[in-house]
Design a protein around this ligand. Sequence first.
Ligand code: FAD
Length: 323
Amino acid sequence: MILAFVEHESGVPDETSLEALTMARDLAASEGTDFAAVAFGDEAAGLTDELGRYGVDELHHVIHDRLEGYAPEAWGESLAQLTREIDASTITAPGTDRGHEVLAHAGATLDAPLATNCLEIEAADGAYELRRQRWGGSLLEHSRLEGETTLVSAAEHEHPIEEVETPTDPAVTEFAPSLEESHFRVQVDRVETTDEEGVPLGEARVVVGGGRGVGGPEDYDKLEELADLLGGTVGASRAAVNEGWRPHDDQIGQTGAKISPDIYIACGISGAVQHMVGCKGAENILAINTDPEAAIIQKADYAVLGDLHDVVPELNDAIREQQ
Ligand code: FAD
């Protein structure tokens, strides 16, 4: 039995969870074993229609009066208890911060091995042969994962999301874990949302990134305008975030968001490896940079050599004329 942990927002599964779900379903099919999902939160029961499109037969809904807010140890412990109860052989999760945190806690409780950010996974001789990302994707590792129970996460934006031809009608089974006070040492009790509107970076089809070359917070207006004209979202390099020009949520890279847009327009960004691992999922990269020797020029599909303060407004005018 493969058990897929699903993250969701008010009953709507995250894109990364659907990627991981597709990976889990393929894995279950290749092993000829069952496939079920597990989700937390009051609204999880509402996931059934959506999960049915991905071939889920059963949804385990974890019920506990203190589990509504995120609590990493308690969620991991619940996952471990459910795994024992249904005798799951593998737990999968999206390769997100939360997916990794929950799997790590569940793995510690189950004393089971964990492989994160998997790109390919194949059952072989009672174990898994894996290809996985290390160092944010700048290194690829071939490894073998063995254990009575194993845990794997799917690298973000690396697995296609595929619906099944005939949707299933998942049965919802409630699971009430037995938890103690010590499992709630860390618990989210309040969530503050930012005022930002628009598409989240990880899901945007167009991303306009600004780096140190932008020169200051006010000059992001031109990038915002470009993003608006193209129905996209603005991101930033770590240098721009460290300068305090943009919030950390906007950071793209190893220690930020992983993006996979149709086009990434990188303005005033040098193309450091730690930045590029966040945007290697982009279909196309257009770099705007004054330096022909900048690393990003080599890595981009298209490049404009010039000052972004001239190029971006001209681009905005040209797009406006076309619309
Ligand atoms: P710079 O490297 O200073 O480049 C600025 C670029 O702008 C230059 O290429 C310059 O030619 C160009 N430019 C200047 N003026 C203009 C102009 N007027 N018009 C057009 N172009 C212009 N970085 C990330 O981005 N994301 C991460 O997640 C991340 N994680 C990291 C993790 C670790 C452990 C470490 C050590 C580093 C990490 N970094 C990360 C930092 C990374 O190494 C780089 O320092 C950073 O990406 C550089 O940002 P930048 O390209 O904006 O700045």
